[in-house]
Design a protein around this ligand. Structure first.
Ligand code: ADP
Length: 603
């Protein structure tokens, strides 16, 4: 267990993640497939609104041509042009609103659908998957990544359509007026796109490198902050600090290397794409065409009005491209979560007759390579206590966690009442098997709800009785709102107290089988005594599988199994095992010596 905890902290892989080794090509498409048609329709509406948005500018240019034409102005035509402009504005407004409304409806649908799918999927993922690290990933996918997709669905696609259709419509009109001037008006856009293409060359790889470099800085910062106590105690502060500084310097160097190479090109591209630059080019061309090509001054008016706007939407495309990339990364993480292997559902459900537990030929490996448990055969008679002992890393926690299906065995079966647990429905299984582990999870809800988790219909009296038996009632009534205090808000409990809440929870759930990690190593002596009292109430009359850390607490166990390197090397009662003079006897001698040392220290 100790090793596991350390592993999780330093982020070592906890289980092969096939979805990470073979990522989907572009996962955005499949994720947004359910709202694809709505999105396409919204894009069509946006396209129409974009064309309608260009019409008032065309009308302005036409109005100029009508009013500035030689001779008396054609009043009827002028009014018609004004009417068309106003009509187009109304159409633009209506279609824009409809398009925005649709994308946001689709987005709300998608967010709900994705969060539901993830929640549903996670409910079938093995309990053992939910380590601290994975919990962080779940939060990121459920919250941040789904929100990142919002920008894509709600805005980016339609923004892109607008950014493409608007200049095409304007260019089409200008081409119709004078194709030569139209081509010259498009020159800044073409040049800007050419320069920008350098900017985006290899962008995705660069972005991945950037994220990696940033991740290393973050990891070094976290290592520095989290380990500060240990590091200082062992006089390594300078070294850990140095590692953080090195990573930061590496990052600055990398970032500057990337930015400095592109900064000139980027500034040039943005200048060329700016309306001022376009105005300069177009005005110059117009003057030349009027002076030397016999073009009438009124005929260059459309180019002065519409030309500078041709390149402007391009930056929107650049931003949308960025959104696409962020969305792609978010979609990878969401898909990875949706592809996390689940526990197979029972094909035909059976009910366990009694609370006898048996492990038959059980082997287990976390990574498919290293065997953590080998061919375990173990029977727990109903109402008896079985203790698992052994050196750290020998597989005690793993063996115990197979019973509440944190994982399924790689080989062999675990059965309750002669029924393999894979054929018992999850709700039935958790009515039969309760567990109290070291890493107690309290939900962010009231203490009463936390205790009644396994039996939500329990009355307040029953909840309090369980809390009293678990030696935690007195502490709860001292909380600002007693049993209504919210864990993590106004109920800030110590590790030992949280453990007693979880014991109360297990007491109330009243399962016939209980898996218990007896470690109270982190508790203070008072808390330890309280936990031991609470435990003795809890275990009475149940089938108990206990992971024992201090051997004197389990001398009375019905059977003690000694694990070593994933195998049960000795089993029997305390006395017999001592007489056998094997690994257990050695562990016992060590534990007695430790106990004597502690007594010596406390004298
Ligand atoms: P014990 O409880 O006896 O200390 P564990 O069952 O925690 O032993 O661990 C047995 C072996 O399995 C150890 O080598 C440990 O590093 C490894 N292990 C435990 N949990 C995981 C996990 N989630 N992912 C990968 N390896 C693990």
């Amino acid at each position: 267990m100790d090793q596991t905890a350390t592993q999780e902290k330093i982020g070592a892989p906890s289980r092969p993640r096939p979805e990470q080794t073979s990522p989907l090509k572009n996962p955005v498409g499949p994720l947004i497939a359910p709202i694809k048609n709505t999105l396409i329709f919204a894009c069509v509406l946006k396209g129409i609104s974009s064309v309608a948005g260009v019409i008032p500018f065309i009308a302005l240019a036409e109005l100029g041509r009508v009013l500035l034409a030689e001779g008396p102005a054609d009043e009827g035509r002028a009014w018609l042009v004004v009417g068309v402009a106003v009509g187009a504005l109304v159409v633009r407004l209506v279609f824009l609103m409809a398009s925005g409304g649709l994308t946001h409806l689709a987005d709300a649908d998608l967010q709900l659908n994705l969060r539901r799918r993830m929640a549903e999927h996670l409910s079938h993922v093995p309990l053992g998957w939910f380590t601290e690290r994975n919990a962080g990933e779940v939060k990121k996918a459920l919250q941040d990544d789904v929100t990142t997709l919002h920008h894509l669905v709600g805005h980016s696609y339609t923004d892109m359509v607008g950014a493409i259709i608007t200049p095409i419509a304007a260019f089409g009109y200008l081409f119709w007026v004078d194709w030569r001037l139209a081509l010259i008006s498009a020159l800044p856009l073409a040049l800007g796109m050419f320069l920008m293409s350098f900017q985006y060359r290899g962008y995705e790889e660069r972005m991945a490198e950037y994220n990696k470099a940033l991740g290393e800085v973050n990891a070094a910062a976290v290592e520095f902050v989290q380990g500060i106590a240990v590091v200082k105690t062992f006089g390594q502060a300078q070294q850990a600090h140095g590692r953080f500084i090195d990573r930061t310097n590496d990052f600055v160097e990398y970032f500057w290397g990337w930015v400095s190479r592109r900064i000139g090109m980027s500034a040039a591209a943005e200048t060329v794409l700016s309306p001022v630059f376009a105005m300069l080019v177009i005005a110059g061309a117009c003057v030349a065409f009027v002076a030397f090509a016999g073009v009438a001054p009124v005929d260059v008016l459309p180019f002065i009005i519409l030309g500078p706007g041709l390149a402007a939407p391009f930056m929107t495309l650049a931003y949308a491209q960025n959104d696409m990339m962020l969305a792609k990364e978010a979609a990878y993480r969401i898909s990875a979560l949706l592809n996390t292997p689940t526990l197979p559902d029972p094909t035909h459900i059976r009910t366990a007759k009694d609370a006898a537990v048996s492990y038959n030929g059980v082997s287990f490996s976390y990574d498919g390579e290293t065997q953590v448990l080998s061919k375990i055969n173990l029977t727990l008679e109903p109402g008896t206590v079985t203790a698992l002992v052994g050196p750290s890393g020998s597989g005690k926690s793993t063996l115990a966690r197979l019973l509440p299906r944190f994982w399924d065995p790689t080989l062999g079966t675990v059965s309750i009442g002669s029924v393999p647990i894979t054929e018992i429905s999850p709700s039935e299984l958790y009515r039969k098997v309760g567990f109290v582990f070291q890493d107690v999870q309290l939900l962010r809800s009231s203490i009463a709800e936390n205790i009644a988790l396994g039996r939500p219909e329990a009355t307040q009296d029953e909840i309090e009785a369980a809390a009293k038996a678990a030696q935690i009632h007195d502490r709860i009534v001292q909380l600002p709102r007693g049993y209504d205090s919210i864990a993590g808000e106004d109920a800030l409990l110590s590790g030992g107290e949280a453990q007693r809440v979880s014991i109360a929870r297990a007491l109330l759930a009243d399962t016939p089988i209980l898996v218990l990690d007896e470690a109270t190593a982190f508790s203070d002596p008072e808390s330890e005594a309280a936990i031991q009292d609470a435990l003795s109430t809890l275990i009475a009359g149940r089938t108990l599988l206990v992971i024992a850390h201090r051997l004197h607490t389990i001398v009375g166990a019905d059977q003690i199994c000694v694990l070593d390197k994933g195998e049960i090397v000795e089993r029997g009662a305390h006395k017999d095992l001592l007489a056998h003079d094997g690994l257990y006897a050695k562990l016992w001698a060590a534990s007695e010596a430790a106990l004597d040392d502690r007594k010596g220290v406390s004298k």
